[in-house]
Design a protein. Structure first.
Length: 540
């Protein structure tokens, strides 16, 4: 997803950061390729072109060649750099590897006396791939034709500091026409050694003088020209070409430029290419709910191997739960930078905790025989290591507050959900102790004058409870166990144990012998028309 370059041609050279064997894709627009279709490429790096000791030169193969005319869109009355225009020959591209780049300019003045100013009428200027020129090296070259003013081409700087006797050579072709014998002095071909676009040594300065040619130059054939640099330079130098031509048949072509020694000074015109790691997803720590995350981004630059990479949050630091975007910034030695962004996601993997304590409450029969929670103080308690957790009952309510718990024992299933969507469940038991007066079943506490010292031990209880009492007379006593609805679960008779004392154990079973559920029960005692009811609470 990182763009490494673009072109309007059907050919493109990939530089700076291309990794041998890596799959790249071409995304076409317009007529280049079917819209939305990606074509796979395999990039093979030519080690010879990247060799650090390769001598500087160019065959102008890296620029975009075209047989079309170049139309200058700049002001013909002002000095200006020529710009690359869509579908036209390239006039500006940076150095790559040992290949020299080129920067072309227009100068609104005439070296001779010709009329007309400006390369705005469409001429062969820039990098051409016209096969009719039969280039001696490769399939492209630099052409200057009908410039109508001075068009100059500055090749990439070359560092020759500390060197002597360095030679520069190139091939040229001059198309012979009648203009060489015109005597106007209009036509001129120029080459020099420059530094920062300022001439330091003149190599060629040939003007048509009416003698039928350009003095010192060969017409009509490819000719090699070689020059030994005489000066000593601590700053990088440039080979420069220029021409002032005023007819459509007047052209000069350059190719096969080579320095015998020196190092190309990269023209840093592009920001580095930065590549983010893939999105990262890790589990958070149970205690801190964070995670230390390590990652590495990579960056490549066309001019230097030294690229500083910074992150909006550093690798190895603690990231919180959730998705955190990390911006990566790559900055080269010239200060140009580019960015990309990826996400670090720390996942909460620990469900919330949920405590459902058992509740036992007693209602006031004078007001209501059903229990209604006034607030959320009886709600289950939920907590989570990574933040808040919400609770919800099986009937969809977030709290007991306002919810009626009917008489007896009710089991409520609660679910706690944390911010990550993890859940826990528990069951809450609510025991509502309802006085006998709330029932129309005769389960009432009548005159207890004939029963004395009635106790249930233990009460509340979990397994069994023993009902003990005394009577002023000796008689068989009937015992019934009723639930809160008045239904009889179990019946028995009790004989006195002596001194008119009685004791009966209820093992919390129902009539079928099964275990009775937790809740409130009533033990009814009957003797000679007297009735006494004892309330007991069974816990689980």
């Amino acid at each position: 997803t990182q763009e490494v370059g673009r072109t309007s041609s059907d050919a493109f050279d990939v530089f700076g950061g291309a990794v041998d064997g890596t799959v790249y894709y071409v995304r076409g627009e317009g007529g280049c390729i079917t819209n939305t279709v990606l074509a796979g490429l395999i990039v093979d790096i030519d080690a010879a072109d990247c060799a650090p000791d390769a001598t500087p030169g160019t065959s102008f193969e890296e620029g975009l060649g075209s047989t079309n005319d170049y139309v200058d869109t700049g002001d013909p009355n002002q000095f200006h750099d020529l710009e690359n225009n869509q579908g036209q020959p390239m006039v500006n591209y940076a150095a790559r590897g040992k290949e020299l780049g080129v920067e072309m300019v227009f100068i609104p003045q005439r070296m001779g006396t010709g009329a007309g100013i400006g390369a705005t009428d469409g001429d062969a200027i820039g990098i051409t791939n016209n096969a009719d020129f039969n280039f001696p090296d490769g399939s492209q070259g630099l052409v200057l034709e009908d410039t109508d003013g001075v068009v100059g081409a500055y090749l990439s700087p070359v560092d020759i500091s500390g060197l002597s006797g360095v030679t520069v050579s190139f091939d040229y072709y001059i198309n012979p026409t009648s203009y060489e014998a015109s005597g106007t002095g209009t036509d001129r071909v120029y080459a020099s050694i420059a530094s920062n676009r300022v001439d330091r040594e003149v190599i060629i300065d040939s003007r048509a003088d009416g003698s039928g040619g350009l003095p010192g130059l060969v017409l009509g054939q490819w000719t090699n020209f070689s020059y030994t640099i005489t000066g000593s330079y601590d700053t990088p130098i440039q080979l420069a070409f220029a021409a002032d031509l005023d007819a459509g048949t007047e052209r000069i072509i350059f190719d096969n430029v080579s320095f015998s020694a020196g190092t190309v000074v990269c023209q840093d015109t592009e920001a580095p290419v930065v590549r983010c790691p893939d999105p990262i997803s890790v589990a958070g720590d149970d205690a801190s709910c964070m995670a230390a995350v390590d990652f590495t981004a990579t960056a490549f630059d066309d001019c230097t191997s030294t690229v500083a990479i910074t992150y909006s949050q550093e690798s190895g630091t603690m990231f919180p739960v959730g998705a955190t975007p990390v911006m990566v910034t790559a900055t080269d030695e010239s200060g140009k930078s580019s960015t990309c962004t990826f996400e670090v996601t720390v996942n909460d993997v620990t469900p919330p905790t949920l405590d459902c304590p058992e509740i036992t409450v007693q209602v006031d029969p004078a007001t209501n025989c059903a229990f209604v929670a006034a607030d959320d103080s009886l709600d289950p308690l939920a907590s989570d290591n990574c933040g808040a957790a919400s609770i919800l009952s099986a009937n969809g309510l977030p709290s007991l507050a306002g919810d009626t718990i009917f008489q007896g024992t009710t089991e409520i299933v609660w679910t706690a959900t944390d911010l990550a969507g993890l859940t826990s469940t528990c069951t809450q038991v609510v025991n509502v102790i309802v006085p006998p007066g709330c029932f129309a079943t005769g389960v009432t506490s009548q005159d207890a004058s004939d029963f004395a010292n009635v106790t249930a031990t233990p009460n509340p209880f979990r397994a069994s409870t023993t009902i003990s009492f005394q009577l002023p007379f000796t008689a068989e006593v009937g015992v019934d166990v009723l639930d809160v609805s008045g239904r009889v679960l179990q019946s028995a008779t009790v004989q006195p144990a002596g001194n008119r004392t009685y004791a009966w154990e209820w093992k919390a079973t129902d009539a079928a012998g099964g275990r009775a559920p937790a809740g409130v029960y009533f033990v009814r005692l009957r003797a000679q028309g007297q009735v006494f009811t004892q309330r007991v609470v069974l816990l689980r």
